[in-house]
Design a protein around this ligand. Structure first.
Ligand SMILES: Cc1cc2nc3c(=O)[nH]c(=O)nc-3n(C[C@H](O)[C@H](O)[C@H](O)COP(=O)(O)OP(=O)(O)OC[C@H]3O[C@@H](n4cnc5c(N)ncnc54)[C@H](O)[C@@H]3O)c2cc1C
Length: 386
């Protein structure tokens, strides 16, 4: 596993150069206005970075999750927030790995060219939360259509996406042998659906993260929009979630580096009691600790990427990478805010914005408790708690 930080220097340099056109002020303003960084996402798309995982035969660059993770890491390391666009990376992967040839030929070239955006994935529901197999949204086959009814919550980037991947029950829970069976995933054309069976209600939240409640009332979608086999959707979505967790781990690693770089510079320059505050070990140690943890999390990220790219099981590694990276970036965020003193709270320093942004990853896309539970039960074989 010979992956040093500079093993992808060409990608890092190119993404950094693009991000340099969108400095702190840009993201600060977008945050203040609760706007979408459309120019930034367009620039990433035009430069081909959003199509990194799309094979060359479909117009993408055919890179792996490993390289995609470097792209996401660099965006966050530069002070941006990949949360505005990371959905396309892993959603596209679900289509690529489980979609039919016809679906791939229809959608992937358009996604690669930036003509279509597949930024949304609808899994979470208000009444079932993390207990995903209990979802109540149903898709019932009627001739050449599926009719969808139910509700989702926290579904991101709906207003900046043309399609969404939706998880719904196609066979009632009471009729399946295993609770993970009987769910299917669909491509929903949001442009057609909104106002014709799909209602969207934005949720104002702590982060500038465009996310929504969705209400499905007899939404009809073409039967051919199912991805893969009916009833197997949960399995497909898990594969996508492993990619999502690994990419978000990379974003947290980028955040962690950003916090450590910023705070290291600040504590070296800020003089209190006649010396730089960074000369005090009480200040140095939390920063050094956060750095150690970010570096360690990065190793687990490489491992998860390597397994995913080799089509090997990577649930444990993807979850552990996300756990370690989210924890490390949060500790780096805390140290950064703390040692900026009052200035950490001033928006113009960007620390409070990044602090809020990285905090999300303790809860979404999976909370740390649920990762611990996964590792306890599925890796260590401890008795199941639910
Ligand atoms: C900004 C934002 C964007 C999001 N984007 C999307 C999206 O695009 N698509 C999507 O499908 N979802 C999205 N989500 C949803 C996100 O994945 C969920 O919020 C997350 O998985 C937690 O689920 P929940 O909110 O239902 O919490 P719950 O499941 O209600 O859990 C609440 C708390 O209880 C703890 N808990 C629950 N059960 C246990 C247990 N058995 N043992 C120990 N602790 C437990 C959890 O750790 C958690 O902290 C988003 C969420 C946010 C905040």
């Amino acid at each position: 596993m010979q992956r040093q930080t500079d093993a992808y220097q060409e990608i890092r340099d190119a993404v950094r150069a693009l991000c340099a056109q969108f400095p702190d002020e840009y993201f600060r303003k977008v945050d203040e206005q609760r706007a979408y960084p459309a120019d930034f996402v367009d620039a990433l798309t035009k430069a081909g970075w959003m199509a990194a995982l799309i094979p060359q035969e479909y117009g993408g660059s055919g890179l792996g999750l490993t390289e995609a993770s470097v792209i996401m890491e660099e965006i966050n390391r530069a002070g941006g927030n990949s949360g505005a666009c990371h959905g396309q990376m892993y959603n596209m992967g679900t289509l690529l790995r489980h979609g039919s040839k016809a679906q791939k030929e229809e959608f992937l070239p358009k996604i690669a060219a930036g003509e279509l955006r597949l930024q949304s994935m609808g899994v979470t529901e208000p009444t079932t939360g993390t207990d995903t197999t209990k979802i109540k949204t149903t898709a019932v086959r009627k001739g050449d259509r599926y009719v969808i009814n139910g509700q989702k919550v926290w579904i991101s980037r709906i207003q900046h996406s043309d399609y969404m991947i939706l998880l719904a029950r196609t066979t009632p829970l009471s009729e399946v042998k295993k609770k993970s069976e009987g769910m299917s995933i669909f491509l929903v054309d949001l442009r057609e659906a909104i106002g014709h069976g799909l209602t969207v209600r934005p949720i104002l939240n702590m982060v500038n993260h465009e996310t929504n409640e969705l209400f499905f009332d007899n939404l009809e979608i073409p039967a051919e929009n199912i991805i893969g086999q009916e009833g197997q959707g949960f399995k497909y979505i898990l594969d996508g979630l492993n990619a999502e967790r690994t990419l978000i781990a990379a974003e947290c690693i980028g955040d962690g580096h950003w916090f450590i770089d910023r705070v290291s510079k600040y504590v070296s320059e800020r003089v209190v009691f006649g010396r730089p505050i960074g000369q005090n070990q009480g200040v140095q140690f939390p920063i050094a600790e956060a750095h150690i943890e970010v570096e360690a999390a990065s190793l687990m990220r490489w491992k998860a990427c390597e397994l995913f790219d080799a089509h090997k099981p990577c649930g444990a590694e993807a979850n552990m990478a996300k756990y370690l990276a989210a924890k490390a970036s949060w500790e780096a965020a805390n140290a950064c805010l703390q040692f900026h003193g009052g200035f950490g709270f001033a928006c113009e320093y960007d620390v409070e914005r990044k602090f809020r942004e990285t905090r999300l990853y303790q809860v979404a896309p999976i909370s740390t408790n649920l990762i611990l539970s996964y590792v306890a039960e599925h890796v260590l074989g401890l008795p199941r708690s639910f």
